[in-house]
Design a protein around this ligand. Sequence first.
Ligand code: SAH
Length: 251
Amino acid sequence: MIFEVLTIFPSIFETYFNTGILKKAEDKALVSFRVFNLRDFTHDRHKQVDDYPYGGGAGMVFKAEPVIEAVEHIREDNKNRKVIHLSPPGVPYSQKKAEQLRDSCEAMLFICGRYEGIDERIKCVVDEEISIGDYILSGGELAALVIIDSITRLIPGALGDENSSREESFSWGILDYPHYTRPRRIRGMDVPEVLLSGNHEKVRFWRRKQALRNTLIKRPDLFKDIKLDKDDKILFDKIKEELKHEQDKGN
Ligand code: SAH
């Protein structure tokens, strides 16, 4: 997968692309990164990328032409590329969207806005508009990193242990189970006995139950989008009963 970004702050990406999973994935040639400076697509002496908004109002707006020119230049290699404009009014990003993007193209170009945003007319070169959440960032760079990071984890071979992305929160449609590492006891708190049992089937069942329980307590809204199989349905009802019992006891 080729990840490309168009930004006025290329240096933001250096450290992150050269650290941890992303760096390893690049070393294994699973991904490659290309960062383009929007200022390189201007033609005036001051390399000006922004201008005052028509109609007045606060702040500056990125001009459309440098963005359109940059996209046209990058597209010249004819790769199956998605051009993504990072923008608060875009489609909300999710794990499902990450999987979809991983499967649908061989390159992705992220356009990072700044200031008040970008001249609306860049839409002639944009395939998708994505938002990473209902809040306003100072620029699209963090949003690009969030998306690039989450997609890289989904590329087979990018994580050391293949199972680790399959079992994470949201990949089953529900949250993750709790994790423990050594020592067995800290400050009077013990690791659940079942995890020390060496019985893989029991561990698997316990984790599944904890994942369902976690979701029921912390994000019950997630259940509206998933279909539980028969075993999970039984487990789900049992957890609900347990929680009710715990609540009654607490009152
Ligand atoms: N005036 C705009 C906000 C501009 S913020 C509005 O009210 O919608 C400047 C830039 O940061 C945007 O052009 C976009 O590229 C990026 N950005 C800010 N918040 C974002 C979010 N939640 N998701 C994706 N990109 C975001």
